[in-house]
Design a protein around this ligand. Structure first.
Ligand SMILES: [Zn+2]
Length: 293
């Protein structure tokens, strides 16, 4: 039963992501970055967007008033370094709020209930509607048709390559690490650490095919190199990065022979968390009995 519900929710997130990609395509983006403000303009005045510094009260809010939508976004993240008018987290927030507008059930809720939806974005919320809107934002800002090829010409992706791509798409390193993992045909995973524990994560399909089907949660990382890096300063208030080595099984649940992974760590001060990217050498993956024929 729980499995069925998980599948249903996963399907809804896939639909939301595809909708985001469709909106990017319909707006004619042929290269990154995708500008969510252009998407707002394409709706011809139905959406009014306004930003202000709301400190840590919420990232974004969408509400419905007499045929129009009011999209409020929190500009507090603009205190951090950025490459354009708005910090990548704000661009993601706007894309996320657009998810509440473009996804039918979300819009219906706004119009019929006349209640605003308040959001915390970038994969931190466990609520299904928020995860669907995050999936929409991921698809809109990093559609497969613009990014997939670039991800899959990098069998040995490093944090530097992902960072560069995040800059090209003007998205945060966090969301690019997630999207990279989703699109990768190589064995990799992305995890978020907060308060010393793994909060959430994504694994690429290759790991899943090897039986490592989901990332660990609510436990401290057991990789020695990672613990050393993370333990150095647990406030996660200053940017720093590092690398190390561990085993895929230290990050992922499932049954599989040991797989060595290279680990990349980076502290994201504006989110107060650390992100970890792990990648295995494809040629060193254990053989699977059904690979023989
Ligand atoms: Zn939301």
């Amino acid at each position: 039963m729980a499995d069925q519900q998980w599948r249903r929710e996963q399907r809804a997130r896939d639909v939301a992501l595809a909708k985001g990609e469709e909106i990017a395509r319909l707006n004619g983006f042929v290269t990154g970055p995708v500008d969510p403000f252009r998407v707002i303009e394409s709706e011809g005045g139905i959406i009014h967007a306004e930003g202000d510094d709301f400190r840590d009260s919420f990232d974004g809010r969408l509400s419905y008033h007499d045929g129009c939508f009011l999209l409020i976004f929190n500009t507090c993240y603009n205190r951090w370094p950025r490459n354009s008018n708005h910090h990548p987290k704000i661009r993601f927030t706007i894309a996320h709020e657009l998810g509440h507008y473009y996804l039918d059930e979300h819009r219906e809720f706004l119009v019929t209930r006349q209640e605003p939806i308040e959001s915390f974005v970038e994969f931190d919320s466990s609520k299904q509607v928020e995860r669907e809107a995050d999936a929409f934002a991921t698809g809109l800002l990093m559609p497969n048709y613009l990014l997939g090829e670039c991800v899959n010409c990098e069998p040995e992706a490093t944090l530097d390559v992902i960072k560069m791509t995040a800059r090209d798409f003007d998205v945060s390193l966090t969301s690019m690490m997630v999207r990279w993992t989703q699109l990768s045909h190589f064995p990799c995973a992305t995890l978020c650490i907060r308060g010393g524990l793994i909060q959430w994560g994504f694994a690429s399909d290759v790991f899943r095919r090897y039986g490592l089907w989901k990332t660990k949660r609510s436990v401290a990382p057991s990789s020695v190199d990672a613990s050393k890096f993370l333990g150095f300063d647990t406030s996660y208030s200053k940017f720093r990065e590092g690398t190390g080595w561990g085993r895929a099984q230290q990050w992922l649940d499932g049954e599989c022979e040991p797989i060595d992974v290279q680990e990349f760590y980076v502290v994201i001060p504006y989110s107060g968390c650390a992100m970890v990217f792990v990648i295995a050498d494809e040629s060193e993956l254990p053989s699977r009995w059904y690979d023989d024929d």
